[in-house]
Ligand binder design. Structure first.
Ligand code: IMP
Ligand code: MG
Length: 181
């Protein structure tokens, strides 16, 4: 992996259209009139920040946001080294309607860890929304109710996704050049 940008995979206009649709889908699913603070979004940092910022503006509900930090790609690694939760988990999710938000579902390791930890906190409901899902052979990947795009098994950057913490600011989702550095 050279770390250089290759092609635009999903241009910004398509992202914007799809995020609006996802927002509408999620909004239809979540209960209305749940009283104070009953809907909690749990975005996984750092890759989901731009997706989150756009998505929440299509959700008319009264909601709270509880950030969770997971690291699985130290430095220039492009294969997950195993997810670890590095920050605190949200405290009180009992009886709440929780939606986990992540940038990309790859092996599913990250989501499995987070879903397990949140289920222990006994939410009223738990759903997951990812912007991207890679087409890979992984029968045991955790369930995900809302998926923005199915993408090929390539390493992608932009719109919040990084390589070695760079490229999060690209407005389009792009592939990285394959091959030796
Ligand atoms: P998983 O645990 O293998 O499903 O990986 C999910 C996490 O790895 C995501 O939350 C991303 O932070 C990161 N990740 C996986 N694939 C990519 C990619 O193509 N580009 C950037 N980050 C990725
Ligand atoms: Mg991530």
């Amino acid at each position: 992996m050279s770390g250089e940008i290759d092609n635009v995979l999903i241009p910004r206009q398509r992202i914007a259209e799809r995020v609006e649709q996802l927002g509408a889908d999620i909004a239809r699913t979540l209960p209305r009139d749940t009283g104070d603070g009953e809907i909690v979004l749990v975005p996984i940092l750092t890759g989901s920040i731009i997706f989150l910022a756009d998505l929440i503006r299509h959700l008319p509900h009264k909601l709270r946001i509880e950030l969770v930090t997971v690291r699985s790609y130290p430095g220039t690694a492009t294969r997950s080294q195993g997810p670890t939760i590095t920050g605190e988990l949200p405290g009180d999710l009992r009886g709440k309607h929780v939606v986990i938000i992540d940038d990309v579902l790859d092996t599913g390791g990250t989501l499995r860890v987070i879903q397990r930890e949140i289920e222990r906190l006994e939410p009223a409901s738990l759903r997951t929304c990812v912007l991207l899902r890679k087409k890979i052979q992984a029968a045991d990947r955790p369930a995900c109710e809302f998926v923005g795009f199915e993408i090929p098994n390539r390493f992608v950057v932009g719109y919040g996704l990084d390589y070695d913490d760079y490229y999060r600011n690209l407005p389009d989702i792009c592939t990285l050049e394959e091959g030796a550095p």
